[in-house]
Design a protein around this ligand. Structure first.
Ligand code: NDP
Length: 335
């Protein structure tokens, strides 16, 4: 039973030495428990927050503790009435081959095109895109929606739902290949490389009617380019700030807080943060039904970046924070 633990808390960007691969005996189950073999491990940006002990909405991983994470697993042994050997489930098994559960938080997998989709388009990231855009963003046909990290697990779904709702969709992504994918495959109206020196000018040209909904995944320089383009009564679902997750100092000046607050006030902009399971967990069924239908109708495209082998999870996670992933990042832990 291999497991990857947090060896120490990263300073800035995580490095391989912040993680440690350990070998342990496969645990034995007791009455009412199941032994779960991880098949797929989801790698997600929030894990960077769990590696730090700064105050957050969830407790940090302990030093020498197993890294947390969502998994698709197969029941290998069962002393639980509701689960039989061979059942596929979604659980929060973490970065390890085997985990034990008493059934709390286990979710049986329905018929999916691929089990790993339960960690992406039909799981947490897809749900985040759906709720953040529709509930907080409130997009209306004809409006302009801008989404950052536009080809990632959340952003790609945000943009496609906005297209379904009849909006003009402008993505922001890292590099020409990702931008071409957003326009040619995902059907976005435009996509801009956030590393371009003239990002603000290109974004303004792509949004001639201003921005009505900005789905924030990134923060930093991207938000600086977005802020002057926000329309009166714009909505900003505040989903993530990935450009800041490795930061060790405050951003470079000048201080733009008064510019931000003045803009929110004068333009009556509504910016709202959310934590998907805490705020919307009770609506997962509604999301699952809607998303399943859109996929069946061919309205949502989905790409995964599948890394082979648990031992490669640390490097893949480091790459996620640098934009190296192409689509939803998952690790195939076993066949
Ligand atoms: P992605 O699959 O989009 O992967 C992360 C992407 O972030 C990278 O590929 C990269 O894309 C982009 N990125 C990284 N660093 C920077 C930077 N400095 N500036 C601009 N872009 C950067 O991840 P997810 O879709 O899983 O997550 C997207 C966001 O949603 C994250 O901020 C995450 O924390 C948040 N989230 C929030 C949830 C909530 O409940 N509030 C739930 C789930 C996710 P590129 O190459 O295009 O730059």
């Amino acid at each position: 039973n291999r497991r990857i633990v947090l060896a120490r808390r990263p300073h800035g960007a995580p490095v391989p030495a912040d993680f440690r691969l350990e070998e342990h005996a496969v645990p034995a189950i007791g009455s009412g428990e199941v032994l779960l073999r991880a098949l797929y491990l989801s790698l997600d940006p929030y894990m960077r927050g769990r590696m730090s002990d700064a105050p957050s909405y969830a407790a940090p991983v302990e030093i020498n503790g197993v890294m947390v994470g969502g998994t698709v697993s197969r029941v290998e042994a069962s002393q639980h009435a509701d689960y039989a050997v061979g059942d596929l489930v979604v659980n929060f098994g973490g970065w390890q081959d085997y985990s034990i559960s008493d059934g709390t938080g286990l979710q049986k997998l329905g018929a999916l095109a691929s089990p790993s989709h339960a960690l992406g388009v039909l799981g947490m990231p897809g749900f985040t895109a759906y709720m953040g855009l529709l509930e907080i963003g409130q997009p209306k046909a004809g409006e302009t929606v801008v989404v950052a990290a536009a080809t990632g697990a959340v952003g790609a779904i945000v943009g496609q739902i906005a297209k379904i709702k009849g909006c003009r969709v402008v993505g922001i992504a890292g590099g020409a290949e990702k931008c071409a994918y957003a326009v040619n495959e995902l059907g976005f109206d435009a996509c801009i490389d956030h590393r371009a020196a003239d990002l603000a000018e290109q974004l303004a040209n792509a949004c001639p009617q201003g921005i009505d909904v900005y789905y924030e995944n990134v923060g930093g320089a991207v938000f600086d380019a977005v802020l002057p383009l926000l329309n009166t009564a714009a909505r900003v679902p505040l989903c993530g700030l990935i450009s800041q997750y490795n930061a060790t100092t405050l951003p470079a000046g000048p201080d733009r807080l008064s510019l931000l607050m003045g803009t929110l006030l004068k333009k009556r902009i509504r910016m709202q943060g959310f934590i998907i399971w805490d705020d919307f967990g009770h609506r997962y069924g509604e999301f699952f039904a809607a998303m399943s239908q859109w996929i069946a109708e061919g309205k949502i495209k989905y790409r995964e970046d599948v890394v082979q082998g648990l031992e490669n999870a640390p490097q893949a996670f480091i790459g996620l924070l640098e934009g190296k992933n192409a689509g939803k990042l998952v690790v195939q832990v076993a066949e």
